[in-house]
Design a protein around this ligand. Structure first.
Ligand code: FES
Length: 165
C-alpha cells in the first residue's frame, strides 16, 4: 500500500464489488466507501487507485465522490456532525443549533475537536425536512433538534468513543 493509497485487500474488495454488477460504475459508490473506511478519507492516491482498479477515468471517480456528503476529501474526526442549513432547517432554527454545537465542541464549522472525536460540518438537505432542524452524526439522523437534544446526542457519542478506546 502506498502511504495513503489502497491496500491489496481493499483493491480485492473493490474487484469483488465490481463482479456483482453488469456495469462497473455501479460499484463505484461502494468502492469509495471501501477506500474511505481503510484510509480515513479520500486521498488523491486512494482515488487514483480506485480509478485504476475499476478502469474508470479519475475525473469520474472524483466527481461521483464529491456528490455525497458522507464522503470526505480531508481528515475528519471519529464522528462527523453535519447540521443541515437548507431552507426548512434554516426557518426552524438551525443557526441556534449550529451555534450551540460550536460552543459545546469548541470548534468552528470544518474543524475537528482536539481529541479527534468530532468534526463539525454543515450540509445541504438531509431529507429530514419534517424533522427540522436536523443533523447527522455519522449516518444517524436526529431532529427536530433542541440544544438539550444536541447535548444528549453528543454525550452518547462521547461515551461510545470512550468505550472504544
Ligand atoms: S432542509 Fe434540512 S433536512 Fe431538509
Amino acid at each position: 500500500m502506498s502511504e495513503r493509497g489502497l491496500s491489496e485487500n481493499a483493491k480485492s474488495e473493490i474487484r469483488r464489488l465490481m463482479a456483482q454488477f453488469p456495469q462497473r460504475q455501479s460499484a463505484l459508490l461502494g468502492a469509495l466507501f471501501v477506500a474511505q473506511n481503510e484510509v480515513g478519507f479520500l486521498t488523491p492516491d486512494a482515488l487514483a487507485d480506485i480509478a485504476v482498479v475499476m478502469g474508470l477515468p479519475a475525473s469520474e471517480v472524483t466527481s461521483v465522490a464529491s456528490f455525497y456528503h458522507l464522503l470526505f476529501f480531508r481528515p475528519v474526526g471519529r464522528h462527523v456532525v453535519q447540521v443541515c442549513t437548507n431552507l426548512s432547517c434554516m426557518l426552524n432554527g438551525c443557526g441556534r443549533i449550529l451555534d450551540h454545537l460550536r460552543r459545546q465542541l469548541g470548534v468552528e464549522v470544518g474543524e475537528t475537536t482536539s481529541d479527534g472525536a468530532f468534526t463539525l460540518k454543515t450540509a445541504e438537505c438531509l431529507a429530514a425536512c419534517e424533522s427540522a432542524p436536523a443533523m447527522l452524526v455519522g449516518t444517524e439522523r436526529f431532529g427536530p433538534l433542541t440544544p438539550g437534544m444536541v447535548d444528549e446526542v453528543l454525550s452518547r457519542y462521547r461515551r461510545a468513543t470512550r468505550s472504544m478506546t
